[in-house]
Design a protein around this ligand. Structure first.
Ligand SMILES: Cc1ncc(COP(=O)(O)O)c(C=O)c1O
Length: 404
C-alpha cells in the first residue's frame, strides 16, 4: 500500500524546509571538517572555516566571575527589567561616552543575547511587512535569515575592490520602502574597515534620501568586531553622521565569549522619536522570547567594559598569513580588522577551489556563502599550529594553479 504524505504529517514548515535545504556554507564546512578530523586525526586537518575565537577570555573575566561566585548578590539570578540591569546599561553607556565623546545614558542601551539577538530585536522593532533592508556583499550570511524573520525584503548591493559599499549604486537603489541600511565594519568576511570619510558620505546620503522620501531610514551598524582593529587605526563612529543610527554589538569577539550570548543595542541619543524606538526595542527583546540578556554575564561585563582580548595577537596572525599568501601569489586585501581574510579564488568556481584546498586538508569557506562568488574566506582566529600547518596546502594550491 502506498503511503500518502498528508500536509499535516510534515513536521516543519515549507519555508523552513526550503531554507534548511539551501543551508549555510559555514556550517557545511564545519560539519565536513568534523568528519575530516575523525578520518585523518585532528592534528592533520587545518580548519580555518569557523569564526570561533581560539583565545580564552581575558584574566579579568575569570577574576570577576570568581568574585561573583564568592560574593553572590541577593537576587542575582532572578528576572530583571527586559532592557537589562540599570548598572550594566550605565556601565556600557559610560564606556561608549568615553570612546565616542557623545553623551550616552543607560536609557540608550538595551542588553541582548549577543549581536545576533540584537539584530533580530532591531529588525523586529523597525520593519513593517515588505520594508526594504539593504546589505552589501560580501556579508555575514545570517543577515538574510534575520531580515526574512521579520518580514523585510533584502536588497544586496556590491562593494568595490576594497570591499567598501558602492555609494553611487546605493543612491539609485534607496526608495520609499527602504527602511534600513545594514553595515558591518570591521567586516566579516573581508576584514575591511570603513573610513571616517565613507561613513560621513553614507550619513549624508541617507539624510538626503530621508528628506526626498519623507521617511526614516535607519543606519544599523553591526560592530561585533569594533575592538578588533589593527595598525593603530581609530574606529570611525556612525553617531555624528546619521541621527537614525543604531549600533548592535556583543562581547563574543572582544572578550572571546561567543557561547555566553551577551551583547547590546545602543541607540543614537540624537535619534528622532528615540523614546518610542527604545520602548519598542525593549518590548521586542521580551516578546521575541529572549526576555532579557543572561543575568550572570550582565553582572560580569559591567566591570569589563574597558577590557579587550590582546588584539596584537590577532594582528600577528594576520601579518603572518598575509605575508605568506602574498608571497605565494594569492590576490588578497590586507585586512584592517576582524579575523578573516578574503582572497580571490584562483579558480572562477570558488566551491571547486575550496574542494581543492580540502584535498590538502585545509578547510575554508567559499565566497558564494557570503554573496561573493570568486573569493574564499579564511578565518585566522586559530592557534599558530593550525595556521602554520595550513601553509603547505595553500602552497600546493598556489603551485597547481600557477600563482607564482
Ligand atoms: C558580522 C557578525 N555579526 C554578528 C555576529 C553574531 O555575533 P554574536 O555571537 O554576538 O551573536 C557575528 C558572528 O560571527 C558576525 O560575524
Amino acid at each position: 500500500m502506498t503511503r500518502v504524505e498528508r500536509k499535516s504529517e510534515m513536521s516543519i514548515s515549507d519555508k523552513i524546509k526550503r531554507s534548511m535545504a539551501q543551508g549555510s556554507w559555514v556550517r557545511k564546512m564545519f560539519e565536513e571538517g568534523a568528519s575530516f578530523k575523525r578520518r585523518y586525526g585532528e592534528e592533520n586537518v587545518f580548519d580555518l572555516s569557523l569564526g570561533n575565537p581560539v583565545m580564552e577570555p581575558p584574566v579579568e573575566f575569570h577574576q570577576e566571575l570568581k568574585r561573583l561566585v564568592e560574593n553572590p548578590l541577593p537576587g542575582m539570578h532572578r528576572y530583571m527589567e527586559n532592557a537589562g540591569y540599570p548598572e550594566t546599561r550605565a556601565a556600557v553607556a559610560t564606556q561608549l561616552s568615553l570612546e565616542t565623546g557623545i553623551k550616552f545614558t543607560m536609557n540608550d542601551i538595551i542588553m541582548t543575547c549577543g549581536a545576533a539577538g540584537a539584530l533580530n530585536v532591531v529588525l523586529k522593532t523597525i520593519l513593517n511587512e515588505g520594508d526594504g533592508v539593504i546589505i552589501f556583499a560580501p556579508y555575514f550570511p545570517e543577515y538574510t535569515n534575520y531580515i526574512d524573520n521579520h518580514g523585510g525584503i533584502v536588497r544586496i548591493l556590491p562593494t568595490d575592490e576594497q570591499f567598501i559599499p558602492r555609494l553611487d549604486i546605493l543612491e539609485t537603489t534607496i526608495g520609499a520602502k527602504t527602511r534600513a541600511v545594514l553595515i558591518n565594519s570591521p567586516n566579516n568576511p573581508s576584514g575591511s574597515v570603513y573610513s571616517e570619510d565613507f561613513v560621513r558620505q553614507l550619513g549624508e546620503l541617507l539624510g538626503k534620501k530621508e528628506t526626498q522620501y519623507g521617511t526614516q531610514i535607519f543606519l544599523v551598524s553591526d560592530e561585533a568586531y569594533r575592538k578588533i582593529i589593527y595598525d593603530g587605526r581609530k574606529y570611525p563612529q556612525v553617531w555624528p553622521y546619521h541621527q537614525q543610527s543604531i549600533v548592535v554589538t556583543s562581547h563574543s569577539k572582544d572578550l572571546a565569549l561567543p557561547g555566553e550570548r551577551i551583547g547590546y543595542i545602543a541607540v543614537n541619543p540624537a535619534c528622532r522619536q528615540r523614546e518610542e524606538l527604545v520602548d519598542g526595542l525593549i518590548y521586542c527583546n521580551r516578546t521575541l522570547g529572549y526576555v532579557n540578556a543572561p543575568a550572570l554575564m550582565q553582572h560580569v561585563v559591567s566591570r569589563l567594559q574597558s577590557v579587550t582580548v590582546p588584539v596584537a595577537e590577532y594582528q600577528k596572525k594576520r601579518d603572518f598569513l598575509y605575508a605568506h599568501l602574498n608571497e605565494m601569489g594569492f590576490s588578497v586585501m590586507k585586512p584592517q580588522g576582524a579575523f578573516y581574510m578574503f582572497p580571490k579564488s584562483p579558480l572562477e568556481d570558488d566551491v571547486a577551489f575550496v574542494r581543492e584546498l580540502q584535498s590538502w586538508r585545509v578547510l575554508t569557506v567559499p565566497g558564494c556563502g557570503f554573496g561573493a562568488p570568486g573569493y574564499f574566506r579564511i578565518s585566522y582566529c586559530v592557534d599558530d599550529r593550525t595556521l602554520e600547518g595550513s601553509l603547505a596546502g595553500f602552497g600546493k594550491a598556489a603551485q597547481k594553479f600557477n600563482l607564482c
